[in-house]
Ligand binder design. Structure first.
Ligand SMILES: [Zn+2]
Length: 270
């Protein structure tokens, strides 16, 4: 499956990789042993025509900017286990832009975090600083992991009450808050759909519900860029994650049909 995804990704980005470029291999660390998690099926890639001006783009780091599968650790620091908004040393290691392609996520690789849930309060909106989307079903209902990943934090945390934070392989993090009970602990590997907590009203909450956040490098952004909350389906977006000079991080969505815009984002600025 991962090879297949890579094939799609590189076919889509074939213009950006010079034909002579060595095959990039991604590794992730499992314990102390780096393991190859994916390699690039060279023979299946259609090479761009030589007179295509886009072949002139010097993009040696395109793979690191635009990768569906990034290295994540199971060995989180005390700070990472203790706080929701933490910066991830792996993020922006190769520049100030990373792109997450949600269209590469297969239907079996995501799950709506509270099946059957309805939105009772959106991100931002009427409540000016609302950092997530509130979703409701009933008390002690099962909350599930939205994507495959590793639990970074599971503990009571101030107004969040019992909260779970999961780090995912595409660089996103998801946050699940006000739980009556957490069912997983830091370091646990979870898959999309794994039960991780029960809905509650711990912390600052007036009714049992799930407060759901998505974050990148510690910065929260509109979960509606990722999920369609009516249909519970995934959005077909590219997420353009940018780190600015002042250190702040913004995430903006680009629709799949407008994907040519991504080229502007990844083109080097001289
Ligand atoms: Zn909320």
């Amino acid at each position: 499956m991962k090879k297949f995804l890579h094939a799609i990704l590189y076919a889509a980005l074939g213009f950006a990789l010079p034909a002579c470029m060595p095959v990039p291999q991604q590794t992730e660390t499992e314990g102390d042993t780096p393991v190859v998690v994916a390699d690039f099926p060279q023979s299946e890639i259609e090479l761009p025509a030589l007179d295509d001006p886009r072949t002139l783009l010097p993009s040696p780091s395109i793979d690191t900017i635009f990768s569906p599968h990034k290295a994540i650790t199971t060995d989180f620091s005390a700070r990472e286990r203790a706080h929701i908004a933490v910066q991830d040393a792996q993020r922006f290691a190769n520049g100030n832009t990373e792109i997450i392609d949600l269209t590469l996520i297969q239907p079996e690789d995501y799950a709506f975090p509270l099946p059957g849930g309805k939105v009772i309060s959106p991100y931002g909106g009427r409540r000016r600083y609302h950092s997530g989307t509130d979703i409701k079903t009933r008390a002690n209902d099962t909350i599930v992991a939205a994507f495959d990943g590793i639990v970074r934090m599971a503990r009571p945390y101030s107004a969040y009450g019992n909260v779970i934070v999961i780090r995912h392989y595409n660089g996103l993090e998801t946050v699940y808050s006000h739980n009556s009970k957490n069912l997983v602990k830091p370091g646990d590997r979870v898959e999309a759909g794994t039960a991780i907590a029960l809905t509650g009203r711990t912390g600052r909450a007036t009714t049992e519900h799930l407060h759901f956040e998505v974050r990148f490098n510690g910065a929260h952004f509109n979960p509606n860029y990722v999920f369609r909350f009516k249909s519970h389906k995934l959005q077909h977006n590219y997420l353009i994650c940018k780190k600015h000079r002042d250190g702040s991080v913004t995430v903006s969505p680009v629709k799949k049909q407008d994907a040519f815009l991504v080229e502007d984002v990844t083109s080097p600025k001289e």
